[in-house]
Ligand binder design. Structure first.
Ligand SMILES: *Cc1c(COP(=O)(O)O)cnc(C)c1O
Length: 405
């Protein structure tokens, strides 16, 4: 069990490179820290005690393996493919983020770092990090854009209750990108004492590889569960893509299974114009942002564009470099669902299955709602339900007019 959590052999062509994407585009002052992190991560992977402790926490603390749930009523209503949900929303703290926070938290402790910094968009990564810091007795500072602090207030309060300091970021678009910049600035200044616990499959090497490895348990479990239930692989695995961590975790062990479609869903926001969405593959082009080469939403001068999504967790101008490679190879497909479709999907899933998804996850549900009806009853769609919707109640109450009705 323990040995399967982290792969011994990296899949990328060269360490940290996914085709032409990835890499390590950082100021010189951070290079030594990234090299040290890579070396320590390699040592941790080879350490049976580290693997065993992580496996134990994932099971007994976070609640893995998560359920694979068949949506009987939704499937009947749509009249096509069978729809399953991989229930990452049932994990401790309410989203997949805890998988990565536990892994990196243990790594930080192993490296002797006592101060943890993190960035957060929807607040789920901040909550997961604050949780792990409380569990391991580490100091925790979380950077969060002012806009996100306002729309995800519940998570701000949760982080404070867990003992973390939340630092608001008022520069730029006041969202995830700006929070990452502030966290990187802090890291440059305090690199000796501080561990930067990055929340998605983003940033400079080794982060995209490491974060993917910590979420890879999602697709390992999923494959076993669907083979047991259906005796065959799914037609498609569908996941929302912010930075890309829940999606790469859900896709990873299916990459060699060519017959399984891998569908990533980006945020279409409120329109197709630059600034109105976070659809990096349809609206962006290759470029460097925050340490890695990938698809980026940028203007003709290479200036990073503003983004919008009703879901804070998908509201980011770049995407993990492994997704950029899977996109160019045609191995994964990337589609767009907008704010309205995500809101409809929340209501549909809540009222048909009694499950309230996070607005991020609802983008993936929306894609399943779109494609299932035209598919065959033999087809199987698995949606990675990355998180639960409680954190979004403020937005949902407003957008869906729940108080008036
Ligand atoms: C953070 C978050 C996301 C987006 O991040 P990824 O790295 O793309 O997975 C999606 N869903 C939920 C519930 C989140 O909290």
């Amino acid at each position: 069990m323990a040995s399967i959590i982290l792969p011994a052999v990296p899949s990328e062509s060269r360490p940290g490179r996914f085709g032409v994407y990835g890499g390590r585009y950082v100021p010189e002052t951070l290079m030594a820290a990234l090299v040290e992190l890579e070396r320590e991560y390699d040592l941790a992977k080879a350490d049976a005690a580290f693997q065993a402790e992580l496996a134990d926490l994932l099971h007994n603390y976070a609640g893995r393996p998560t359920a694979l749930y068949f949506c009987k009523r939704l499937t009947e209503q749509l009249g096509g493919a069978k729809i399953y949900l991989k229930r990452e929303d049932l994990l401790h703290t309410g989203a997949h983020k805890i998988n990565n926070a536990l892994g990196q938290g243990l790594l930080a402790r192993r490296m002797g770092k006592k101060r943890i910094i993190a960035e957060t968009g929807a607040g789920q990564h901040g909550v997961a990090t604050a949780t792990v810091c409380a569990l391991l007795g580490l100091e925790c500072v979380v950077y969060m854009g002012d806009v996100d602090m306002e729309r995800q207030e519940l998570n701000v309060l949760r982080m404070r209750l867990l003992g973390a300091e939340v630092r608001g970021v008022s520069s730029g678009s006041k969202t995830l990108k700006d929070a990452i910049s502030e966290a990187m600035r802090d890291w440059v200044t305090n690199v000796r004492t501080t561990y930067y616990l990055l929340g998605s499959a983003l940033g400079a090497h080794p982060y995209p590889t490491m974060v993917r490895d910590f979420h890879r348990c999602i697709s390992i479990e999923l494959k076993e569960q669907i083979l047991e239930r259906e005796g065959r692989l799914p037609t498609a695995v569908i996941a929302c893509v912010g930075g890309g961590s829940n999606a790469i975790g859900a896709f990873y062990s299916f990459i060699p299974d060519r017959e399984v479609r891998l569908i990533g869903v980006e945020a279409g926001g409120r329109g197709r114009k630059l600034g109105e969405h976070a659809a990096r593959f349809s609206g962006g082009s290759p470029g460097v942002l925050q340490g890695t080469y990938s698809y980026v939403l940028q203007d003709e001068n290479g200036q990073i564009a503003l983004t919008h999504s009703v879901s804070a967790g998908l509201d980011y101008a770049s995407v993990g470099p492994e997704h950029a490679m899977l996109h160019d190879l045609g191995r994964a497909e990337y589609v767009v669902q907008d704010d309205a479709a995500a809101l409809d999907a929340v209501v549909r899933l809540a009222r048909t299955e009694g499950i309230l998804p996070a607005l991020e996850s609802a983008h993936a549900v929306a894609e399943a709602l779109r494609i299932a009806p035209a598919m065959h009853a033999r087809d199987i769609l698995v949606v990675n339900l990355s998180g639960r919707g409680d954190k979004d109640m403020g937005i949902l109450a407003r957008e869906l007019n729940l108080q008036g009705a």
